[in-house]
Design a protein around this ligand. Structure first.
Ligand code: XMP
Length: 429
């Protein structure tokens, strides 16, 4: 392993991820580990230069105050103790705190600032090769940031021992399935199985209007298609997963209850019996993007905005029909193109169009029309729990409206959603 490490031992502080990120921002790798780690386990971690014991409001678990074992207190690894009983080693104020952290990491621990993407990738390539050997790995490649970066990393490590399965369920944005094929099959020479499951998904979804039922069908059908493809392949022993650090943190630790459970390929049948390969599980989202860039993935893949798993399926409101699905895909592509041209890409957190099951009267070429309307949504948020509406310039909205109503078949009206979250949610379904 190439990089030094500072270990944060979790004694119930909600600030632990922030501290780990601050240390990484100093150029030193940092991981959070549970309070009950043994000295032998700690010693088995590579290049540990220091430990931070950080207590906090969740220190009492099931009525008992947790602590690290005495052997950790007694070991000779430099330690920064954050004690709820009295002395607080963190000085007040953000700047002073950062200075104290820097002093601990570099002066007291003597850590080297050698955490960078090139070293991370080199280490992971080595680790993946030693885990996988000459066996085969399967990966569900959606084209989202996390699965794309895992794919690129696995391709670098084991090349064609990796099989990527891309399921096109017909609910992806314009150009996305084509981009997956172009980048991975044509440019990276990946072993890519492309599954055209469009009809299968749309047939299953026909007439289903209830959003949660739509989500269940899309998720369930995805697993069935993936499972069918997995069974066609011989000798697969590993499953690659795009699990990232926030997934692990949000799934709960020994001191923090689960915010939500994550399962990237949730619910795969147990008889498929794979061992997992999760090379990004210690990276925060911005680091995953940096890793993808360092591996040569295009910006449009690495910096893409969040996109829900059920895709356009929850933006074609109510029962999905092929004409409205195409209209939402085309209008979304126009919106994305115009936002990119006008410097809003990367500035606005999430933006998209949705199409309700609603027609209105209009006029085109001196004739009365009865056509769909399209809703534009553009929001900013930090954690998706609340959101504010982007102040999109009015003339840009007019231009986008002109383009959508003239280029998208069957649409005669465009609406802009002014609702923050709450009271609206980000998506319409
Ligand atoms: P809401 O609509 O709840 O969305 O304000 C918050 C964020 O979550 C995304 N979202 C989903 N992501 N599967 C996903 O993977 C889903 O079913 C889903 N529904 C909403 C949404 O795009 C937004 O970023």
């Amino acid at each position: 392993m190439k990089q030094d490490m500072i270990v944060v031992l979790d004694l119930g502080s909600e600030e632990n991820p922030k501290i780990a990120r601050e240390i990484r921002a100093l150029g030193v790798y940092s991981e959070i580990h549970p309070h009950d780690i043994t000295l032998a386990e700690l010693n088995a971690l590579p290049n540990v230069k220091g430990i931070i014991l950080n207590g906090g409001p969740n220190r009492v678990v099931d009525g008992v105050e947790i602590d690290v074992s005495q052997e950790i207190y007694d070991c000779d690894i430099p330690a920064l103790l954050v004690d709820h009983r009295g002395d607080d080693p963190w000085p007040a104020g953000e700047e002073a705190r950062k200075t104290a952290l820097k002093n601990f990491v570099f002066t007291i621990c003597g850590a080297e600032a050698n955490w960078n993407m090139d070293n991370f990738i080199a280490d992971q390539v080595e680790l993946i090769r030693s885990q996988v050997g000459d066996k085969k790995v399967l990966l569900a490649l959606s084209g989202g940031v996390d699965s794309s970066v895992v794919a690129a990393l696995l391709i670098k490590a084991i090349g064609r021992q990796l099989t990527c399965v891309h399921v096109n369920h017909g609910l992806l944005r314009k150009g996305e399935p084509e981009q997956v094929v172009q980048v991975f099959r044509n440019e990276m020479d990946a072993n890519l199985v492309y599954v055209d499951a469009v009809d299968r998904f749309l047939d299953k979804l026909a007439g289903v209007a209830e959003p949660e039922k739509k989500r269940k069908i899309i998720g369930g059908e995805f697993i069935r298609v993936f499972e069918e493809e997995a069974r066609k392949l011989d000798g697969i022993q590993f499953l690659g997963q795009g699990t990232i650090y926030p997934d692990i943190i949000e799934s709960g630790t020994k001191t923090v209850k689960a915010v939500k459970s994550h399962h990237n390929v949730g619910g795969l049948p147990e008889d498929l019996d794979f061992e997992l390969v999760e090379p990004l599980k210690m990276l925060f989202k911005d680091e995953v993007r940096a890793c993808g860039k360092a591996l040569g993935l295009p910006d449009s893949m690495v910096y893409r905005q969040p996109f829900p798993g059920p895709g356009l399926g929850v933006r074609c409101l109510g029962a999905i029909t092929r004409d409205r699905l195409e209209a939402v895909r085309e209008s979304d592509a126009i919106l994305r193109e115009e936002f990119a041209k006008n410097g809003l890409e990367g500035k606005v957190w999430q933006y998209f169009t949705a199409i309700p099951d609603l027609k209105s009267v209009g006029v085109r070429d001196n004739r009365r029309t009865d056509e769909w309307c399209v809703i534009i949504r553009a929001v900013n948020t930090v954690d998706a729990m609340t959101a504010t509406v982007e102040n999109v310039p009015f003339n840009l909205l007019q231009h986008i409206t002109d383009r959508i109503t003239s280029e998208v078949k069957g649409v005669n009206r465009v609406l802009f959603d002014l609702t923050p979250k709450p009271t609206g949610t980000i998506e319409w379904e």
